[in-house]
Design a protein around this ligand. Structure first.
Ligand code: SF4
Ligand code: SF4
Length: 463
């Protein structure tokens, strides 16, 4: 009798009783299918004409059993044992733009408050104390100034960077409209990561979403900002994909590459709030255009030798080739919200992720009034940090569940009515994972990943 399951099966047969469960996935590749053990995210590519032989013998099972414990342990650590090491910090509620898909409610962005320097200073002392106890000494926590638009409160943000440079590493996520040469000089001299939002390669596309409260576009200024920052190694450009720019993704890739961008995110719009839902492209179009855009990055790389990494896809690829090396934490279950990082609003309210800032039921407490450790263990945080893929339909049976993670809990809650449901882009994830496996089958995966991505990693198991 197996003590854990109570079933008498000895587990010697695949896919029955206590036996290992191996799923196969048709990749749309001429020669290969993938065989996946979903719980550990183990996979192997198998020649189509050898699939029967592989699943009827014990070729995979015997090898896998030797490494199962280690692989389970690695997945367990990644999913449940990480500690927060980053904060998305909103130094203001205000934004000078009114992008339709923003996850911050418009009344906050229009009439909201700044956090004063005094309050930022107090907040950073609290965060410094918390991380000083929770993280190893050599690990510097990260603070990303996030939006609304952090540079609406530029003086206080810059003062914080100057004052706390030894305690935190910093990033700024900005719409780029308020960033001038002297600001860039300051940020770059302090090694601050810059995330710049750009939704299109030209005015008529970008200005459909990136516009101010008077409906005036911002592309001309964005272009100037991009020219100021484009060669900065710590720059990342973020394109949010909506029905307005979905057909232009390959041109957007050309535009970023022509501006020497090395790292970008081409993110599907989050549908947590109604504004995002209204501009959502269909899953199938998102998948088709996104894959064309990825193909284009590869063509450009082959032509010029310069990579443009699409970080959100690279992260899925890494989730397959080296699960623990992934850099972003949306595509793992539970996601990183509340367990790898958390968000602080301009009032000091603490949420699992910025995506929850408009949802008051997910406030865990207030940084200035409540104990931070207790906030991170509060019921609103637990609802998010305990959302796991095994409890979500149809994800619990999905072979790629640990490459996708069923994001996003905020979307799932707001669109589908609870944490036991998937978010908005299931089909898009299916297609990305199939594409990633095709690249691996053709030996091209490194062309889509950062150079030296595997520094500081070690190989646990090669099949
Ligand atoms: S969202 Fe879709 S692709 Fe992702 S784990 Fe769930 S069922 Fe699988
Ligand atoms: S999946 Fe959603 S809640 Fe989780 S980290 Fe990503 S954006 Fe935040």
């Amino acid at each position: 009798m197996n003590k854990r399951s109570g079933a008498s099966s000895t587990g010697k047969y695949l896919n029955t009783g206590n036996g290992l469960c191996l799923n196969y996935i048709d990749l749309g590749h001429p020669d290969y299918v993938a065989v996946v053990e979903p719980d550990t995210a183990f996979w192997s590519l198998v020649k189509k004409d050898q699939l029967g032989e592989v699943v009827s013998g014990n070729i995979i099972v015997d090898k896998l059993k030797i490494h199962l414990k280690d692989m389970n342990k690695e997945m367990e650590t990644l999913r449940f044992k990480l500690k927060p090491s980053a904060v998305y910090f909103n130094p203001t509620e205000q934004c000078n733009l009114n992008c339709p898909y923003c996850y911050i409610p418009s009344r906050m962005r229009k009439q909201g408050r700044h956090m004063s320097w005094g309050k930022i200073d107090e907040a950073f002392q609290i965060l410094k104390g918390y991380f000083g106890e929770s993280l190893p000494e050599r690990q510097k926590p990260q603070i990303v100034f996030h939006g609304s638009e952090p540079l609406m409160n530029k003086d206080a943000v810059f003062r914080a960077i100057e004052t706390y440079g030894r305690d935190f590493s910093f990033g700024v996520q900005t719409n780029g409209t308020l960033l001038e040469q002297k600001d860039f000089d300051f940020l770059s001299s302090n090694n601050v990561m810059i995330g710049l939002s750009i939704d299109g390669p030209a005015e008529e596309i970008s200005d459909q979403t990136r516009k101010n409260w008077n409906n005036a576009g911002t592309f001309k200024k964005l272009l100037k900002t991009l020219e100021i920052c484009q060669d900065y190694p710590l720059l990342s450009v973020i394109c949010t994909v909506t029905e307005h720019n979905i057909k232009s993704l390959t041109e957007i890739v050309d535009f970023f590459h022509a501006h020497h961008i090395k790292n970008c995110l081409i993110n599907q719009v989050r549908c947590t709030l109604e504004g995002g839902r209204q501009v959502k492209p269909s899953d199938s179009e998102m998948a088709e255009m996104f894959i064309k855009a990825l193909d284009r990055t590869h063509e450009l790389f082959r032509q010029t030798g310069r990579k443009l990494i699409v970080a959100n896809f690279a992260n899925i690829l890494l989730g397959i080739v080296a699960p623990s090396a992934r850099r972003l934490m949306c595509d793992i279950s539970p996601c990183g919200a509340g367990r790898c990082f958390f968000a602080v609003s301009a009032k000091g309210d603490v949420f699992p992720c910025s995506e929850f800032i408009g949802l008051k039921n997910f406030k865990g407490g207030n940084l200035f009034k409540d104990n931070l450790s207790e906030i991170l263990n509060s019921i609103p945080f637990q609802i998010v940090t305990k959302r796991k893929i095994e409890d979500i339909k149809p994800c619990s049976k999905c072979a790629i569940r640990h490459f996708c993670g069923s994001p996003c809990p905020a979307e799932a809650f707001e669109i589908n009515g609870g944490m036991a449901y998937p978010g908005a882009f299931c089909e898009f994830y299916e297609e990305q994972v199939r594409y990633a496996f095709r690249l691996i089958a053709d030996g091209k995966e490194n062309d889509y990943l950062w150079d030296n991505w595997d520094d500081n990693t070690s190989e646990v198991f090669r099949f």
